[in-house]
Design a protein around this ligand. Structure first.
Ligand code: SAM
Ligand code: SF4
Length: 474
């Protein structure tokens, strides 16, 4: 079946598979970009329009280095125009690595006899959350293998425990999830625990590759995975994250799959995903895939710029899988969230085993092991505004994340002030003296650029934070 805009108007397409490999191949094959077309597509995005699959294919097939540079420039401009300077920070917390699937790229796969399996006990969980709070983290993503022990009730309990941990001024204000998909009932249970975003990555949208990479277990069912976020939406979770694992198949196909997925969610639920993730494959224990589709740095930076232009209002998540150099380049294209102070070994935040990774205890290798303070320090040097803001979710402004993009003045009214307030809290409670000095200067500079009315409101709240109040937001 071919999917057309008309098909999408039918009400019964929710919960139905929607990826047609042949259609994506056809669009890619027929997209032969010339300079005018590329410039027109960039312009369309800069005017805050979503790109079609055909537009996206034109950008993906652009190989002329000068035009690729224009695409990257377009992404930089869009970022400046729409998102301003703030970068939201979070940390992943691996809760358990038991897994009954066999994803060939993952160190947690069931067949990996070298994997050292562990699930944090409640006490260990609390100790790890305290350790994260002591560094200043406010937003976590909890990560789980896919196993019957990680039931919806278990995940919901874990979320509630995390929210309950308070160390000094520390607290976790937003808990996101990356775990196996549930049925609708399961998603309802997890929603009730107060989660932020529920992430499920399709890994590869290409059917034959999916089958080759997922050899057994629940995850080997492509369609069950593909429709996971439809079930989440049906369960009332309107804040979802999609992703593809780059390196399993042709990167162009995967970008097209992601855009098709956005189209599907928008058509069925009138809301696209909150975030898109684009992890690039890294070494892992018992890794057994060839590197035929390995994505080079040049391809990777290009594809991030294209994603930015294709879905101008969706959050882009960049992780510590990437080196600091690559992260620096693509941050400028409008990635909205990055992790910092990342440790993948289960329990490592509390045990502090050092920076060397033991891949038998971890899912994959990371390439950026800077501490949270180091990342914040360098963001400040780069004129970014590090933010721990959780205001929209807590004020009930969920499911409308595109407001920051489409509602005039939204960033000025909410995002920048909240970034400044959370940065002020970080400086007072956790920053090194050198970072604190830089941080106050950045706050001063940003305050000066604000309209008088916001300036006064934010300054008054910063003074209250300096006097000991916490968790002030707009
Ligand atoms: N078990 C859950 C699942 O499969 O959906 C949670 C996901 S896993 C713990 C988080 C993500 O890490 C996966 O969805 C996959 O995209 C990514 N991942 C797995 N192995 C990887 C590797 N070797 N390199 C980079 N990312 C990897
Ligand atoms: Fe298990 Fe997820 Fe790893 Fe697959 S990616 S083996 S489901 S933890």
């Amino acid at each position: 079946m071919k999917f057309t805009p008309e098909t999408y108007k039918l009400p019964d397409i929710s919960m139905q598979p929607f990826i047609d490999d042949e259609e994506i191949d056809d669009i890619l094959k027929n997209a032969k970009p010339n300079r005018e077309q590329v410039l027109a597509v960039i312009d369309k995005s800069l005017n805050k329009n979503r790109l079609s699959l055909h537009d996206t294919a034109l950008l993906l097939n652009t190989e002329d280095p000068e035009l690729v540079e224009l695409i990257k420039d377009g992404a930089r401009k869009l970022k400046e125009k729409v998102y301003g300077k703030r970068i939201v920070l979070f940390a992943p917390l691996y809760v358990g690595n038991y897994c009954s699937n066999n994803c060939r790229y993952c160190g947690f796969k069931a067949s990996n006899k070298n994997a050292l399996r562990k699930t944090l006990t409640k006490e260990e969980l609390i100790e790890n959350v305290k350790a994260l709070e002591e560094h200043g983290q406010k937003r976590l993503i909890l990560v789980f293998g896919e196993h019957r022990v990680y039931s919806a009730d278990f995940i919901a309990d874990t979320v509630k425990t995390v929210y309950g941990v308070k160390k000094d001024h520390g607290e976790i204000r937003r808990v996101n999830i990356n775990a196996a998909p549930f049925d609708i009932e399961g998603f309802k249970i997890v929603k009730e625990s107060g989660i932020g975003t529920y992430q499920v990555f399709q890994e590869t949208y290409h059917h034959p590759t999916y089958t080759t990479c997922h050899t057994s277990g629940r995850k080997s069912d492509y369609d069950y995975r593909l429709t996971a976020l439809d079930r989440a939406m049906e369960a009332g979770i309107d804040d979802v994250g999609i992703g593809a694992l780059f390196g399993l198949y042709d990167y162009k196909f995967e970008v097209m799959g992601l855009i098709r997925h956005v189209n599907h969610l928008e058509a069925c639920y009138q809301i696209g995903p909150h975030t898109i993730s684009f992890p690039r494959i890294q070494d892992a224990s018992e890794y057994d895939l060839d590197d035929k589709y390995a994505v080079t740095d040049e391809q990777f930076t290009k594809l991030v710029a294209i994603l930015r232009l294709a879905v101008p209002y969706t959050g882009l998540i960049l992780t510590a899988r990437e080196s600091r150099q690559v992260r620096d380049e693509v941050l400028a294209f409008g990635c909205s969230q990055i992790d910092a102070g990342t440790k993948l070994e289960i329990g490592a935040y509390a045990e502090n085993p050092g920076v060397d990774q033991n891949l038998n205890k971890e899912q994959f290798k990371i390439n950026d092991d800077r501490t949270l303070n180091e990342v914040i320090d360098e963001l400040l040097d780069g004129d970014y505004l590090p933010s721990f803001c959780t205001a929209c979710y807590r004020k009930g402004r969920t499911g409308q994340h595109f407001m920051e993009f489409s509602v005039p003045g939204f960033i000025k009214k909410f995002c920048t002030p909240n970034a400044l307030l959370t940065l002020a809290e970080y400086i007072v409670d956790y920053a090194s003296p050198a970072t604190a000095e830089k941080g106050w200067k950045v706050i001063e500079r940003n305050l000066k650029q604000m309209d008088e009315v916001y300036h006064d409101k934010v300054k008054e709240r910063i003074e209250r934070i300096q006097a000991g109040e916490r968790d002030l937001y707009f």
